[in-house]
Design a protein around this ligand. Sequence first.
Ligand SMILES: Cc1cc2nc3c(=O)[nH]c(=O)nc-3n(C[C@H](O)[C@H](O)[C@H](O)COP(=O)(O)OP(=O)(O)OC[C@H]3O[C@@H](n4cnc5c(N)ncnc54)[C@H](O)[C@@H]3O)c2cc1C
Length: 372
Amino acid sequence: MVNSQTFDVIVVGGGPGGAVAAKRCAEAGLMTVLIEKKKLPRDKVCTGMVMGDWAHDIIRLEFGEIPEAVLVDPPCLTGHRLHVAGAETQTLEWPTPFTWRRNLDFWMLLRAKEAGVAIREDSRVVSVTPEQGLTRVTTQHHGLTEELRARFVIGADGSTSVVRKSLFRLKVRYSSPIRECYRGKLDLQRNVIHWFFPKGRPRPRFNVNHKDDVFLIEGSGIKELRREINETLMQYGFDPRSKPEWKDGCAIAMLHEQLLSKAFVPAQGNNLLVGDAAGLIFPITFEGIGSALKSGVAAADAVSKSVETGKHAAAFYLEALELILEKIRHLCSVQNELGDSSMGDPHRLAASMLSAYRETLIIQENSFVNPD
Ligand SMILES: Cc1cc2nc3c(=O)[nH]c(=O)nc-3n(C[C@H](O)[C@H](O)[C@H](O)COP(=O)(O)OP(=O)(O)OC[C@H]3O[C@@H](n4cnc5c(N)ncnc54)[C@H](O)[C@@H]3O)c2cc1C
């Protein structure tokens, strides 16, 4: 066991939520370390679309324009195409910068490092324990256990968050999306993302997107939809006997119900959860980069206010979080209505899905407050 330093802020996790929170804390003059369990750059199971206004605006303000080298081919999708079985295809125009998360997240982390964040990669947080006004964070790195301490801990460690598990008693339901990556291309327009609803219902669904010289089939319903995926995609040149170059998957914590009922309040004292660790992924589109960034900014600002006032960061953070929760509450009700209103009528479902996707994307408009 190595005993080491005390920091002002420990940020756990090097995704968008962690990168922006750490960067802003360092810029506020706080001694900040970010701990990431994987070697960097690391990939993340994600389509890699920079979707809504929160993501666009916060990335531009905090990190600058996304460099060309971080974008893929096509660098910007023109929108979303919805294929509901039995209905006309619907297209939603929505310019969307397109990336591999490995590159997007690494670029943001490098900007955080330039701002003064110390980054410890390949180091896994195994527990987080409040301790006499500080928080103890225990990490493991190549079999070596280390204890760090901080006045503030920001848990940005994604859906299966160890910070959340350490600090909150919570029963969590997970959804398990899978990604399959195939070489080549299908006879589908490359510069839109294609969402398929083969059963004429909002779920199960899958999506197809083209990146560089590959295409990906993604979704939580991939296993149960295998026959439908093959039948649907064969008409676009997919060979159902082909094997993916690689596949992977992850877990998404489904925490909306507990968050909205306040059975789960993602902050305690000076320990705050952001992004997927707090369950802030949007329903319907499963966009989460924007809410991770938005909550990361809110967490860093709450830490700064706490330093100024001597009050706990949680109160400031939870106040700022209300805006995100309000959006999630509204989108959850849109999602519930989708299932009920369009049962058995594919045309109605297609129209309702289009409007739900649009609403999910535009809901962030006019609600971004320039952090400066
Ligand atoms: C299939 C799929 C497609 C998606 N597509 C999109 C999309 O196109 N656009 C969009 O906006 N959102 C999308 N999302 C959602 C988006 O990926 C997440 O909401 C977003 O990554 C959340 O960011 P975060 O910073 O909270 O966490 P993450 O990006 O998950 O980062 C968490 C980090 O913490 C690290 N970590 C975890 N545990 C530990 C530990 N114990 N110690 C140290 N480090 C740890 C992880 O390695 C990781 O680097 C998608 C999600 C899925 C599953």
